[in-house]
Design a protein around this ligand. Structure first.
Ligand code: UGA
Length: 442
């Protein structure tokens, strides 16, 4: 491979795969992404991501145009073409259980293995239960014509939605779970760019690499639930949880990241990864880990109920006939992703009590409508506020911080705002005559 760029295949084109494919092309390699859905395939080959991710479309377009990046649905095109195959498919929660559903990973092996007639490196990037790479390796070795010439590495990634491009091109750290020096050398070749920029590299065995990812997400979830537990204490004691987080965060050992109190964590990763981690701990017989993390999950769920309680206190006894405006549907700002979104969950609970709920989100309306078709949707924040008895801020879009509470006052029935994200300017809202309430702030 010395006189041509490395050839990289990226299987799966959701957040992880689309960012990985674009990032590998930016690193200078020839890349083919695999996507089996015709509609998504067409978008990708036009240089468009099939999801909302700031900065991703321009990078895809740049490399589709440069000829370095293209997408196919045909595994035969990549099997013996690529030097390195990245597995980037989803591992959602299994219906009716906490465990991860590995069917997409398994079907990648089914589709890819029969075509691998020469040695290559297969790198798993999907978040999987510890022990998965060993099973995947066994299957490649028996099902691929190249047999034991196929080397399996695991390389967890840590990209955040809404920051996927940045996290792909400039990761905090690189973790290579490898079995041989040859695999390590190949990984260093693939990631030469970020390594040259000084990104730290941890080279470890594969179970360690698999555990890093679950461990990182479990820790991040724990930080969020920890500060949300302190928000409950702050409420009871008349303290301000945001100032508390600032003061704690100045301690370098603690750090300010992931200490924003609010409606709890949601999305396609933290909630399901925490549960899959517990399920695997159970299978391994390490019950203590489950006890610790079960509470993290419980605090997270309790947070949503607490917001509904605050809304109820402010609305008075009657839910029926009350109009509640929900600002935000995405699980966090900067994305159109509504998977396990606290905003939609809280909106749904309020509707279930009998109130009329109108939702507005700058990017996630289409996805929200699909998941919660019975909620009402408005075309703007101002329209969503018309006739409202209470306005509930649930996703921290910059647009909501820019709202003019004085202007909105005329549109609502009662000027009451619940800032569940603790990020609106309380003084501005109070000065405009609103009752401002944020759980965790006095
Ligand atoms: C998360 C991790 O941050 C990534 O490192 C990881 O790679 C990714 O999962 C994954 O496993 O693929 P992401 O789900 O995009 O990334 O979102 P985060 O920014 O971590 O936010 C997760 C949830 O926690 C959101 O609902 C957010 O609103 C909430 N959150 C975040 C808080 O409530 N408080 C905070 O201080 C931070």
């Amino acid at each position: 491979t010395s006189d041509r760029p490395l050839r990289i295949a990226v299987i799966g084109t959701n957040y992880l795969g689309a960012n990985t494919a674009a990032g590998m092309a930016e690193f200078g390699f020839d890349v083919i992404g695999v996507e089996i859905d015709e509609h998504r395939l067409k978008l990708l080959n036009d240089g468009k991501a099939p999801l909302y991710e700031p900065g991703l479309d321009p990078l895809l377009k740049k490399h589709v145009d440069s000829g370095r990046l293209r997408f196919t649905k045909d595994y035969a095109e990549i099997a013996d073409w690529a030097d390195v195959h990245f597995i980037c498919v989803g591992t959602p929660q299994t219906e009716g259980s906490d465990a991860a559903d590995l069917s997409q990973v398994n079907s990648v092996v089914d589709m890819l293995a029969p075509g691998l007639t020469r040695p290559c490196l297969v790198v798993g990037r999907s978040t999987v239960p510890v022990g998965t790479s060993k099973v995947v390796e066994r299957r490649f070795h028996t099902e691929a014509p190249a047999g034991e010439g196929i080397e399996i590495a695991w390389q967890p990634e840590f990209l955040r939605e809404a920051h996927g491009v940045e996290d792909t091109l400039h990761p905090d750290r690189l973790v290579f779970g490898v079995q041989t020096p040859a695999a390590e050398a190949r990984m260093r070749e693939v990631f030469a760019r970020p390594i040259a920029e000084g990104t730290p590299v941890v080279v470890c065995n594969r179970p360690t690499a698999e555990l890093v990812k679950g461990g990182a997400n479990a820790f991040l979830a724990t930080k969020i639930s920890f500060i949300n537990a302190l928000a409950e204490m702050a409420d009871a004691a008349g303290a301000d949880v945001t100032q508390l987080a600032d003061a704690l965060g100045h301690d370098k050992r603690i750090g300010r990241g992931m200490l924003n109190a609010g409606p709890g964590y949601g999305g396609g990763c933290l909630p399901k990864d925490l549960r899959a981690f517990m399920a695997r701990a159970g299978e391994l017989g390490v019950e203590e880990v489950i006890t610790l993390l079960r509470e993290v999950d419980d605090i997270n769920q309790r947070r949503r109920g607490r917001i509904v309680d605050v809304v109820h206190e402010l609305l008075g006894a009657e839910w029926v006939g009350r109009k509640v405006t929900v600002l935000g549907a995405a699980f966090k700002a900067g994305t159109d992703d509504v998977r396990d979104s606290p905003a939609l969950d809280v909106a749904g609970r309020i509707q279930l009590h009998g109130a009329t709920v109108t939702v507005y989100d700058p990017e996630a309306m289409e996805n929200a409508r699909q998941v919660r078709p019975t909620l009402r949707y408005a075309a703007s924040a101002a329209e969503a506020c018309e006739g409202a008895h209470l306005v509930l801020h649930l996703t921290e879009w910059p647009e909501f911080r820019e709202l003019d509470p004085a202007a909105l006052r005329g549109a609502v029935e009662n000027p009451v705002v619940v800032d569940a994200r603790l990020s609106l300017d309380s003084k501005k809202w109070r000065d405009a005559g609103w009752t401002y309430k944020a759980p965790g702030k006095p």
